[in-house]
Design a protein around this ligand. Structure first.
Ligand code: BGC
Length: 245
């Protein structure tokens, strides 16, 4: 099955057609700059522009940076508040004119890695963490996803951990890799005490620079970079749609 995978991020949309049997990205990815202030209707229009770029009429899988239950969005920590409570699948289907299925963006990235990437054939507890605008998480046991784990919102000093350790937080706080890695270590150690992962997979744009920060981590678990790098969200959104639609 071929599905257009789209990853909604804090500052851009990324998309590409994906062969869901193999996880192969079938065309060079396309990126559209967006703003965190886009309303659901404007986001729908951006999704339609992405589909038009690929002249796409088939099914569309969308990764969204918030809790997703069926067609409904339940949270929107870094995007417009009007997404909360929305039947986004229906709204986006209306605007895009194609079948749309939704999944949490980090769950999407994790699905790609668990199926075809760094977590393929790994037994036990696998924790995917994405470090981007926010911090996303996806938890797997023997390859099966526990959805909407939302570990970026565990609290440190009364604030979500993502405010300290996301890729955006690293920039905002002006931290170099060793200083940022010290905070990421503290964060992962807290997660280790809660879910005892056998493997941690690090994703998000900053995972491409893993050789600059993995050596500074002081954690128990084995950690590896996402194999799909920044395409994990696109591939996983397509995989989820192939299973759901
Ligand atoms: C959201 C998560 C999302 C993560 C990464 C968090 O703020 O609550 O749902 O996976 O950001 O985008």
């Amino acid at each position: 099955m071929k599905v257009l995978g789209i990853d909604i991020g804090g500052t851009s949309l990324k998309g590409a057609p994906v062969d869901t049997k193999t996880g192969e990205v079938l065309a060079p990815g396309h990126r559209l700059e967006t703003s965190a202030r886009l309303s659901p209707a404007d986001m729908g229009a951006a999704l339609a522009r992405m589909a038009a770029h690929f002249d796409w009429k088939g099914p569309v899988g969308v990764g969204f940076p918030g809790v997703v239950q069926g067609p409904y969005l339940r949270t929107s920590a870094n995007l417009h508040p009007d997404f909360v409570g929305l039947d986004a699948a229906a709204e986006f289907e209306r605007i895009v004119g194609a079948e749309v299925s939704l999944v949490n963006d980090a769950d999407a990235a994790g699905l790609a890695e668990a199926t075809f990437g760094a977590g393929r054939d790994v037994k036990g507890a696998v924790l995917m963490l994405t470090f981007g605008t926010g911090v996303g998480s996806a938890l797997f046991i023997d390859g099966l996803l526990y959805p909407n784990s939302e570990f970026g919102h565990l609290k440190k000093d009364g604030q979500s951990w993502e405010k300290f350790v996301s890729g955006a937080a690293k920039e905002r706080r002006g931290l170099d890799y060793p200083a940022w890695a010290a905070d990421v270590s503290e964060y992962i150690r807290e997660l280790e005490d809660l879910v005892w992962p056998d493997l941690v997979i690090a994703g998000g744009g900053i995972s491409a620079d893993h050789d600059k920060w993995f050596p500074h981590l002081k954690i128990r678990s084995r950690i590896v970079p996402a194999q799909f790098r920044n395409d994990a969200g696109i591939v996983g959104a397509a995989l989820h749609a192939a299973r759901a639609l």
